[in-house]
Ligand binder design. Structure first.
Ligand code: SAM
Length: 211
């Protein structure tokens, strides 16, 4: 089963089943971006819309992309806000979007092999000074064996994943015209004696690059 097919199936239970990674990321994005107020947000890999309605309260227009029709269907059922435009799109193909002031990407890039392509697309899709927020399962967790998985009809399905180290994100961001303005590790119950569950990044597009 490829990643898109897996998410089509997972969509039925994604919001209901216990998922500490999903829930901690929900807290991370609401903490980091609480003061954001911009004209246009682009959300890539919006899934069932866990963050979409909240983000829509912080902009005048939101474009939400995902390649799983199953995930998008759930999101559309939950959110009917005229400022939100859901679109089916594969983010490993060129993004045809109008310039955004903020790009949000939560728990998506572990499924994407080529980070450089994503940062190149982000750079051309952002307005000058725009921000790229990313939050992902921490690579330490991946190396300890954690990965996206779900139960369907009695079987456990594991999704394809790629390990990207923190240094990979920083190098590819710098190479594509970004500076890093925030890097945080997120722990279960804020217990810093354990391996962090998530890592979040805030990148800003350097002035003098395209757009
Ligand atoms: C773990 S879910 C996260 C959804 C949401 N961002 C959240 O935090 O709950 C990952 C999402 O990324 C989407 N995704 C994975 N690869 C993608 C791709 N190449 N293009 C578009 N969406 C993709 C999946 O369909 C899924 O909805």
């Amino acid at each position: 089963m490829n990643t898109g097919e897996a998410y089509d199936k997972w969509a039925k239970t994604y919001d209901q089943v216990e998922n500490k990674t999903r829930d901690l990321e929900k807290r991370a994005v609401r903490t980091i971006l609480k003061d954001i107020d911009v004209p246009h947000i682009l959300e890539i890999g919006c899934g069932t819309g866990k963050n979409t309605a909240w983000l829509a309260g912080h902009c005048q227009e939101l474009t939400a992309l995902d390649f799983s029709e199953g995930m998008l269907r759930r999101a559309r059922q939950k959110i009917s806000d005229a400022k939100v435009n859901f679109r089916q799109a594969d983010i490993t193909k060129p993004w045809a979007v109008k310039p955004a002031d903020l790009i949000c990407c939560s728990l998506v890039l572990e499924h994407i092999e080529d980070l450089d392509f994503i940062f190149r697309q982000a750079e051309v899709s952002l307005s000058a000074g725009g921000q790229f927020y990313i939050c992902e399962l921490h690579p330490f967790r991946q190396l300890r064996g954690s990965r996206a998985r779900f139960e369907h009809e009695g079987d456990t399905h594991h999704l394809e994943y790629f390990v990207h180290h923190i240094s990979d994100y920083l190098s590819v961001a710098i190479a594509n015209g970004f500076t890093c303005s925030g890097l945080q590790e997120w722990f279960d119950e804020d217990n810093r004696n354990e391996i962090p569950r998530l890592v979040s990044y805030q990148f800003h597009k350097r002035s003098g690059t395209s757009q």
